[in-house]
Design a protein around this ligand. Sequence first.
Ligand SMILES: [Zn+2]
Length: 124
Amino acid sequence: MTQKELDRYREILLEQKLKILNGGTIQAGEDLKISPDDLPDEADIASNVINQEVSLSIRNREMAKLRQIEEALHRIEHGYYGQCEECDEPIGKKRLEHQPFTTLCITHAEEREREIMHQRAQFF
Ligand SMILES: [Zn+2]
């Protein structure tokens, strides 16, 4: 990966970081969608409590994303950005454009997703 490309990804990451830090929460990004899992089950809970829960959950996601961004910036600084942590292969550039903080190539990202889905299926 060239220095120019690294600079570009760093720029994207810093932009995303700023967005989170400035509290500009909601955007169309898939990471911020509220799923039914985030809502408590008890139907009689006052709606403001539900709202608190939801915003807390969004906040948690943002914190998690912030950590991923920090780690990606760290990888850029230390010269191993853009490598899959499972197989050390370069992560596709299109994928990095879309998710500059990812640590997995598409193959391993899909694999991990399947594992998570599998675990969820067992849980329910
Ligand atoms: Zn991989």
